[in-house]
Every structure is written in structure tokens, then in C-alpha cells.
Design a binder for this molecule. Structure first.
Ligand code: GRF
Length: 216
């Protein structure tokens, strides 16, 4: 339960496998997060995360972007679908779409994303491949509030993992997933407890400004 005694209503947006979704569902189940995933929405009909949702008795919505004529119309429908759940928090967990400015504005302060890199490094796609090509020794993941720019927005928490000489894109993806499954539930737990806020484009935890995010 939150400070106000209200359980946080979480809606998760996905496009794929949904391992982060699973970590969040599990963290709600164990009580780490004072809240519940009340809805899962996918833009990809075949996303395995929809099956994960149904298995956990969570309402799963298939909202295929191909059925809409424009990004604006899709994002309106997405916003409406989220509203039907009375969401306190909207969690992007591998949701592979760029969101329109109006959508971001509508949910500002209660819209968070996870990105597989140590932002601001490696915005965009194919982060593991690019990190390997650059022969970096450290990689990681970032949870941040969503603002208008792609993979921008104030950082909440980051965690690192080492890049070894033997790593491939696949092994690196596994390592990054493992840390994502720790930092995403942690960030959501803070939010659900009323401890985490976006105030004037800055992140506060327990009322204290955290600049550049927390590290795990
Ligand atoms: C994660 O690596 C996340 O950082 C990125 O997409 C991936 C989603 O993985 N945005 P999953 O569907 O949660 O397994």
C-alpha cells in the first residue's frame, strides 16, 4: 500500500517477449511494489507478453497500430485504452513505438521507460551491437521518466554490467535483461510508494533531488 493507502494501478505497454513485464508482475505479487498491473497493452498481436498477462489474470489488450491511419489516431486510441484502466502509472516495457508529443504530455510524470544502455550513451536501437562494435568494457540499463525526445527524460535509476571479450549480442542482452529485472521493479516500487516524482523536469526521491539518477 502507498502512503495514502491506495494501491498503484499500473498499465504496461509492450511489443514483445515481456520479460520486464514478468518481473513487474512478480514484484507486485511479492509485495515489493505496492500496486498491481491492471492492464497490458501490445501493439503487436503476437507479443508473448500478452500470454504472460493472461496467465496472471491481467486484462490483455491487443491494439494493433496497423489498424490506424496515423500515429496521432493510434496514440489517441492508446491513451483512451489506458484511461479505461484509471492508470496511476504507465510503464513502457519494450514498447517499440515512438510516442507523439500529445501522448507524452497527457501522461507526463506518470510515464516511465526502460532503455538498454547507460543513457545518455547509445540512444535508439541496437544498443548491444553498437556497444560491442565500440569495444566498450561497460554497458547497462536506464529507467527514466519519458519526455518528448527519444530516450531522453530525467533518469531515475541505472545499473551497469561488464562487457567481456567473449560477449556476443545475445549474451550481452541476457546480462542487460538481468539488471533490468532489478531496476525496473525498484523504480516502480518507489513510484507506487509515493516516493518518486517528476517535478519541473527533475526527479525527486523522498523529496530530494536525484540528478543523473540512482545507481544500483
Ligand atoms: C528491454 O531490453 C528494454 O530495455 C527494451 O526492450 C527490451 C524489452 O524486453 N526497451 P522484454 O520484452 O521486457 O523482454
Amino acid at each position: 500500500m502507498t502512503k495514502t493507502g491506495i494501491s498503484c494501478r499500473i498499465v504496461v505497454l509492450i511489443s514483445g517477449s515481456g520479460t520486464n513485464l514478468q518481473a513487474i508482475i512478480d514484484a507486485c505479487g511479492s509485495g515489493q511494489i505496492a500496486g498491481n498491473v491492471v492492464g497490458v497493452i501490445s501493439n503487436e498481436p503476437s507479443a508473448y507478453g500478452l500470454t504472460r498477462a493472461l496467465r496472471a489474470n491481467i486484462v490483455a489488450v491487443n491494439l494493433n497500430h496497423r489498424d490506424y491511419e496515423s500515429r496521432t489516431l493510434y496514440d489517441q486510441a492508446l491513451g483512451d485504452a489506458i484511461d479505461t484502466f484509471s492508470a496511476d502509472l504507465v510503464v513502457l516495457a519494450g514498447f517499440m513505438r515512438i510516442l507523439s508529443a500529445d501522448f507524452v504530455k497527457k501522461f507526463e510524470g506518470r510515464l516511465i521507460n526502460i532503455h538498454p544502455s547507460l543513457l545518455p550513451d547509445y540512444r535508439g536501437l541496437d544498443t548491444h551491437r553498437r556497444v560491442l562494435a565500440d569495444r566498450k568494457s561497460v554497458h547497462g540499463a536506464t529507467v527514466h521518466f519519458v519526455t518528448e525526445g527519444l530516450d531522453e527524460g530525467p533518469v531515475i535509476i541505472q545499473a551497469q554490467t561488464s562487457v567481456d571479450r567473449t560477449d556476443t549480442e545475445m549474451t550481452l542482452a541476457d546480462k542487460v535483461h538481468a539488471i533490468e529485472h532489478q531496476i525496473y521493479p525498484q523504480a516502480i516500487a518507489w513510484f507506487a510508494a509515493g516516493r518518486l516524482r517528476l517535478e519541473d523536469h527533475h526527479v525527486t526521491l523522498d523529496g530530494n533531488l536525484i540528478s543523473g539518477g540512482q545507481t544500483l
